[in-house]
Design a protein. Structure first.
Length: 101
């Protein structure tokens, strides 16, 4: 019976570690979104373009490289980054379209 408990305990421990990592990812995304909100406000205040295609391209290449170095599928990392970027751009677009902004 003790042999059965050991894999279950290890599984529970690994799952707890995954849960902690997920929490850290979400907290970091929150920090990232606060930073991009400030970028959006700065761009709006100075009449700068909402999207910087050159910067976006550089970021995609950088994220793909970092992913490969970390053993993460580059396509997955790019998909996640593109979703984050699209969400930020959508948010900034909505803020600019408000009549009182």
């Amino acid at each position: 019976m003790a042999d059965n408990d050991s894999p279950k305990a290890e599984l529970a421990s690994l799952r707890a570690e995954v849960d902690e990592i997920d929490q850290q990812i979400i907290l970091l995304l929150g920090v990232r979104f606060r930073c991009t909100d400030m970028i959006g406000e700065l761009k709006q205040a100075h009449g700068m373009d909402l999207v910087d295609a050159k910067r976006e391209s550089q970021q995609v290449a950088r994220i793909r490289r970092l992913a490969e170095e970390a053993g993460v599928p580059a396509a997955l990392a790019e998909t996640i980054l593109r979703e984050v970027i699209d969400t930020v751009v959508d948010h900034h677009t909505r803020l600019r379209e408000r009549p009182y902004s």
